[in-house]
Design a protein around this ligand. Structure first.
Ligand code: ADP
Ligand code: PHD
Length: 473
């Protein structure tokens, strides 16, 4: 009598732009997925665009809108060469299905861009259609690499995979029905032994218009799929060892963090750690599905495990330091602010109406002013909204060239002396603090300071909390 087989493990694997940047990188990424498939694990692959392609698409869309169709066409031609070269290096014949599909996608992209040029209008909807071509073009390359390695694969757009979103183009959110749809659409492939390859970063509206989930959104696509399928784990393969104690490009001796809670990762991502999308862990929170951030260059290294429970490490209240650059401070002043909660309410209403991220808020104790930190890209809109929404007795001043630095770690909860250590580190570098805030969850303390000083500040704070020493060393 045959023994009942244990259910096979299911992993969702996300490959970012660096892991998709060339035929060589794609082949290596496919081998990482293939290794698990050959061990009997069911794998769903979610891919980003080849590194640099998303920015290229945004530039060419802007060029078309401003009437420079020649530049837009040059950039489309460069993208075309890059994708065809990769396909060829991966072994696609000139008359293959992959080459035909890439040709069709480039032709559709060219038409969409020409439409923007004719109208001289680039709406958030048309920008999403254009920018999503990066992932639509990379997914067939990953399918090809998987097939060349002997696996069966099938690539799908986010919408074809079942990701249904609202109509908030550029920053869309999955609708509740998504999870069931994704589960229904992918389970057939998995039970037939086919590895689905999903173009990340995108979904589609109920009317079938393509939406994107915000920059870095492929992490979010992967966790949406992970939740939908009840995956055992979601693995985000990166060009770094895992989530590090600081951006390794800023702090050379940053160390890998072994375990982080969902809450800690959200704080880090919110405060600028580009390594994960700020909402990436949200689909996993209810089910407790773990997320692993792993290095494609060192696949046997454990990387960072992100799970419900934080790891309390004695003597390490802070796990990481991170920063957001290009921030502006908007300060509302005037007699009217004094003791008038309605003013505070209208400040928040004006900002919320514009859907602007508030990075920090502080109010002086006399209530004679309120300061807001917002991304500089949104500052003009925020300023306009505040001026329109507030009484004319109030002044709004703008300070540009600011950065927000944050320290993050669950161990700072109820722990004295953490902020003193932060301020001492900054003071010893002669760095002036413009604003201070601590979340009530006590998972982070953030300060606003001059953008010119932020890298020096990050290094000083990293050293003050001895974060270069790996835990347990
Ligand atoms: N705390 C951090 N830990 C790890 N990487 C970080 C951190 N902060 C910023 N980064 C940057 O994030 C990059 C990885 O994110 P990203 O390029 O979006 O990944 P991918 O495109 O591979 O998914 C790293 O190259 C690193 O420079
Ligand atoms: N390509 C998109 C989505 C993404 O997640 O990319 P990456 O994984 O390379 O950060 C972007 O650049 O925003």
């Amino acid at each position: 009598m045959s023994q009942p087989q244990p259910p096979s493990r299911l992993l969702v694997m996300k490959f970012g732009g660096t892991n998709m940047q060339s035929a060589h990188a794609i082949r290596h990424s496919a081998s990482l997925a293939g290794r698990s498939v050959r061990e009997g694990v069911k794998v769903v692959v979610v891919v980003s665009a080849m590194a640099g392609v998303t920015n290229g698409l945004l530039h060419l869309a802007d060029a078309a809108q401003s009437g420079d169709i020649a530049r837009a066409n040059d950039e489309i031609a460069a993208l075309r060469t890059r994708h065809f070269t990769a396909a060829q290096e991966l072994g696609a014949a000139p008359d293959s299905e992959t080459v035909r599909e890439l040709r069709e996608l480039h032709e559709t992209l060219r038409q969409a861009v020409y439409g923007v040029y004719l109208l001289r209008e680039l709406t958030p909807r048309s920008r999403d259609l254009i920018v999503a071509f990066g992932e639509r073009l990379s997914a067939p390359l990953m399918s090809l690499a998987l097939e060349q390695s002997g696996l069966r694969a099938r690539h799908l757009t986010g919408g074809e995979a079942g990701i249904l979103t609202d109509t908030n183009f550029g920053n869309a959110r999955p609708l509740p029905g998504t999870y069931e749809r994704v589960g229904d659409r992918l389970s057939g492939f998995l039970s037939a032994g086919v590895t689905p390859v999903i173009a990340g970063f995108m979904g589609e509206t109920e009317q079938g218009a393509i939406t994107t989930l915000g920059r870095g959104g492929t992490d979010f696509s992967a966790t949406i799929v992970g939740k939908a399928l009840g995956a055992d784990e979601v693995w985000a393969w990166k060009d770094v060892d895992g989530v590090m104690s600081a951006d390794p490009r800023v702090v050379g001796d940053a160390s890998n963090i072994g375990v982080l809670s969902y809450g800690e990762v959200m704080e880090l991502a919110y405060f600028g750690a580009k390594v994960l999308h700020p909402l990436a862990v949200t689909p996993l929170q209810d089910s407790g599905i773990p997320l692993r951030v792993k290095s494609a260059a060192d696949p046997d290294f454990a990387g960072t495990l992100v799970r419900s429970q934080a790891e309390e490490i004695p003597g390490r209240p802070v796990k990481a330091v991170t920063a957001i650059k290009n921030v502006s401070l908007l300060t509302v002043t005037g007699a009217g602010v004094l003791g008038v909660p309605e003013v505070i309410a209208s400040v928040f209403t004006a900002i919320a109406r514009e859907n602007i991220t508030l990075l920090m808020v502080s109010q002086s104790s006399s209530m004679s002013n309120v300061s807001l930190a917002v991304p500089s890209a949104d500052a003009a809109r925020a300023l306009q909204a505040l001026r329109a929404g507030l009484s004319s007795e109030l002044n709004v001043e703008e300070t540009n060239g600011v950065a927000v630095l944050a320290i993050v770690g669950s161990g700072m909860r109820g722990q004295q002396g953490v902020s003193a250590r932060l301020f001492t580190a900054l003071a010893s570098e002669d760095i002036n603090i413009l604003m201070i805030s601590q979340g009530s969850s006590e998972l982070n303390i953030s300060v606003a300071l001059s953008g010119e000083e932020v890298d020096r500040a990050t290094a000083a704070v990293h050293a003050a909390f001895t974060l270069s020493q790996p835990v347990g060393a």
